[in-house]
Write a new protein. Structure first.
Length: 61
């Protein structure tokens, strides 16, 4: 079994949640409705999670 790095999934979750929080708060500050801001924050969270996951799966050359 390969060595399991516990920090990768923790970092993925932390980055995704921070992205959601920041985008939602920024949208609310700019005057967007709460439901729309939450939806946009969720979309940003999914995109951030996919980017972090794909970058962590790459092997160094």
């Amino acid at each position: 079994m390969k060595k399991y790095n516990i920090m990768r999934p923790i970092m993925l979750i932390v980055i995704a949640l921070l992205t959601k929080s920041l985008v939602t708060n920024l949208c609310m500050l700019l005057g967007m409705e709460a439901e729309s801001a939450k939806s946009l924050g969720f979309g940003a969270m999914v995109i951030a999670a996919l980017v972090v996951y794909s970058r962590s799966r790459r092997r160094p050359k």
